[in-house]
Ligand binder design. Structure first.
Ligand code: HEM
Ligand code: HEM
Length: 173
């Protein structure tokens, strides 16, 4: 069995954990009233998780292109799965970038690690912020959810129904 490299495996599960954290934190922030400290804190967790996804996706793209992948099988299903997997990359860039722009147009403070303040690059605009929030939180997030459900479903079918090594290759050496 040829597994994915340690770096790809680490990045794969780390990015999954960060996407879940980004989703959970934005849900958590909605439980608190506007202007409250907790609401602001959860939003910062959301920004950090999302920006980390963006940075790790850049690294992952490089590792994926430069490193080795398991021998590709030469059948239509396998080729389809590979094309499908590549869809994640543009989405994992577009989603956080749209989030970043939403925060910018909304006039929200993004202070990475509470130190690296990101300057306001655009004049605040409620209309733009609303449009971008729809693209970010509704359209792109729905697309990601759809891809993940199909992708994870396929991985589980490989593991439990077809009983092959697809999931194990992404989990261990
Ligand atoms: C993997 C990365 C990310 C995911 C999965 C994600 C997901 C989401 C979701 C599901 C919403 C809720 C939309 C709604 O309830 O209508 C949202 C809202 C938002 N996100 Fe993200 N996001 C990510 C990255 C980012 C980044 C990097 C930023 C900014 C630096 C950001 C800024 C925002 C803002 C400002 C909102 C609107 C919150 C509000 O005012 O209620 N997001 N995001
Ligand atoms: C945010 C969620 C997820 C994203 C963005 C994602 C993305 C990807 C990508 C891009 C690949 C190709 C390898 C690479 O370039 O890193 C991949 C492979 C894989 N993923 Fe995911 N994945 C997610 C969640 C999951 C989950 C929940 C499972 C399992 C239930 C899973 C199982 C696998 C497996 C088994 C492979 C290897 C497939 C093969 O060898 O052809 N992934 N994933």
């Amino acid at each position: 069995m040829t597994s994915w490299s340690l770096s790809i495996r680490t990045l794969h599960w780390l990015v999954l954990a960060l996407v879940v954290l980004a989703w959970a934190s934005v849900e958590a922030h909605e439980q608190f009233p506007r202007g409250s400290a907790w609401r602001g804190l959860w939003m910062q967790v959301h920004f950090h998780a999302g920006m980390a996804v963006l940075m790790l996706t850049g690294i992952r793209l490089f590792v994926r292109l430069a490193g080795r992948s398991p021998e590709p099988e030469d059948n239509l299903m396998a080729r389809g799965a590979r094309i499908f997997q590549w869809l994640f990359y543009p989405l994992l860039v577009a989603l956080p970038v749209a989030g970043f722009l939403t925060a910018q147009f909304d006039g929200k403070d993004i202070a990475l690690l509470n130190v690296l303040g990101v300057p306001a690059l655009f004049a605040p605009s409620e209309v733009r912020a609303d449009q971008l929030e729809d693209i970010h939180g509704d359209v792109l997030f729905a697309l990601l959810t759809l891809l993940v459900v199909v992708h994870a479903g396929a991985a589980l079918i490989h593991h439990f129904v077809l009983r092959d090594d697809t999931l194990r290759r992404m989990w261990r050496r």
